[in-house]
Design a protein around this ligand. Structure first.
Ligand SMILES: Cc1ncc(COP(=O)(O)O)c(C=O)c1O
Length: 491
């Protein structure tokens, strides 16, 4: 008979008093980290040096139980915090990762300890119920018909886009799941149509699905970098003439590059007319739905077939937390088809009805909804709306500030919290403009005060600011412009 191992190490690793002490010391560090509102960018470490530092913190004891070393744990946590992207600092303006609402970190911590994977009700009862509640709550802003839509959580927006495209592909070509693309013969060439600024994960999904990146039809954009509806029908006709069978139209609600919102109501009309699945990649911008003032940017969302919504971006919870909505509940079952007696019960019950395992790619899945649901339960939508509205206003203010500067050029009017621009002092010629922006971005990063990103707009590099932190003010933005000037003049 196997006896439970009683080595000192196992006893220590599961000791609840030690657990409390470790938690308290980590908590003290996090409290200090959150309270530090100094303007700072990213301290980018040499990977070799960081590897050496990390290795130096590992026990060399392998044959005997290592004694618990509190100082080592403390150093590991310090190193982790110090080398991270400083999402809570006002110097952080570069990416879409959010400075999470601290309470959501507390919930994530509880999730990690109780470890309730959420693809199956029996493994994570409250997470599954919370998913259903949040689906209803958020659908209040989307407007799908109650009782006929559904929502499933996925590990990130990229996976949500892939999952939705799979469901669309399987609806259009039902035999492909079982028989592969050879089932279509040589004449049918499935294709998807996307806005030219669509996130790369959509083209990647096309590659994974065997559609081929070459069969991604890129729809032209208007001056505001939204899909130009007037040119969609001709582009689809042209694709058809090339022998492509477009089955899905992908629109963006908040493009990654400039945060543009495609005109969903007009695209829904095109999709209906042509029998296309309309998927909306709202990974970035769907969160604007919770704001009464900003919801109109997604007008027509109630008519789309599927919507990917990253709560780990503009709902400020830890990653990943993505919600994939389907207007028609039945379609959610079309993405994957498997039998597996160890998880999928043939006889549905009131418990298995909540299982999402058949609808999401993951088998073991984080109970990611818990962070969002608890914030929602504690604060309601106002917390999110207030923060999102402030960030969008701040970005408008940043645009106005840029317009007043003679040495900067704006590239678009921001629709959300992303703004792209170029530093263009009169001594920089057109030929050097793109490289200059890349150099500036890198130099700003190296100087360590701010973290911004870079993106190509119309094929030319530009600086990109994403406002994710409500601690950032217009004063910080002025400071950033000064920093950019210094970086540019230090050529
Ligand atoms: C518009 C858009 N779609 C999809 C993604 C991918 O989401 P995730 O990083 O959650 O996979 C992003 C991420 O930046 C995005 O901006």
């Amino acid at each position: 008979m196997a006896e439970s191992p009683q080595s000192g190490m196992l006893i220590e690793a599961f000791d609840v008093q030690l657990f409390r002490e470790n938690t308290e010391s980590a908590l003290a560090k996090l409290e200090k980290h959150l309270a530090d509102l100094s303007v700072r960018g990213l301290e980018l470490a040499d990977p070799e040096q960081l590897t050496r530092a990390a290795r130096a913190l590992m026990t060399t004891e392998h044959d005997r139980p290592a004694a618990f070393d509190e100082a080592r744990l403390s150093e590991i946590i310090d190193l982790y915090i110090r080398t991270g992207i400083q999402v809570h600092s006002p110097g952080y303006m570069g990416r879409q990762f959010s400075g999470v609402v601290p309470l959501s970190g507390v919930v994530d911590f509880v999730s990690s300890v109780v470890n309730q994977p959420s693809s199956f009700y029996e493994a994570g009862q409250l997470p599954n119920v919370a998913e259903r509640i949040m689906a209803d709550e958020l659908n209040g802003f989307i407007g799908f018909r109650p009782g006929t839509f559904t929502m499933v959580t996925t590990s990130g927006g990229s996976l949500a886009n892939l999952t939705a495209l799979l469901a669309a592909r399987n609806r259009a070509f039902p035999g492909v799941w079982s028989h592969g693309t050879s089932d279509l013969g040589a004449v049918v060439r499935p294709a998807v149509a996307v806005g030219a600024d669509v996130h790369y994960s959509v083209a990647r999904a096309a590659g994974i699905l065997g559609i081929g990146e070459d069969r991604v039809v890129r729809l032209p954009l208007d001056a505001a970098r939204r899909i130009d509806v007037a040119r969609v029908r001709p582009a689809l006709d042209e694709a058809e003439r090339r022998g492509l069978t477009v089955f899905c139209l992908v629109a963006s609600a908040g493009t990654t590059s400039v945060g543009a919102f495609d005109p969903l109501d007009e695209l829904a009309a095109v999709a209906r007319e042509r029998g296309l699945w309309l998927h909306v990649d709202g990974a970035h911008g769907a969160s604007l739905l919770v704001s009464d003032a900003l919801r109109h940017k997604l007008r027509g969302i109630d008519q789309v077939d599927s919507l990917a919504w990253d709560a780990h971006k503009m709902m400020f919870v830890p990653a990943p937390c993505t919600l994939l909505f389907y207007r028609d509940r039945e379609h959610s079952l079309g993405a994957f088809r498997q039998t597996a007696s160890y998880v999928f019960d043939e006889q549905p019950s009131m418990y298995t009805e909540l299982d999402s395992g058949a609808k999401n790619f993951e088998c073991t899945k984080r109970p990611m909804i818990m962070t969002l649901w608890v914030l929602w339960a504690m604060y309601g939508k106002a917390l999110f709306a207030e923060k999102i509205e402030y960030l969008c206003r701040l970005t408008q203010d940043a645009h106005a500030i840029l317009e007043e500067q003679t040495d900067f050029e704006t590239l678009h009017r921001p629709e959300a919290n992303i703004i792209c621009f170029r530093y263009r002092p009169d001594w920089i010629g057109d030929a050097e403009l793109a490289e200059f922006q890349v150099d500036i971005r890198n130099r700003v990063k190296q100087r360590g005060l701010f973290f911004i990103s870079k993106v190509d707009v119309d094929g030319v590099a530009a600086l990109r600011v994403v406002m994710m932190n409500h601690q950032v003010t217009t004063d910080h933005f002025h400071l950033l412009l000064d920093e950019i000037r210094k970086a540019g003049q230090a050529q």
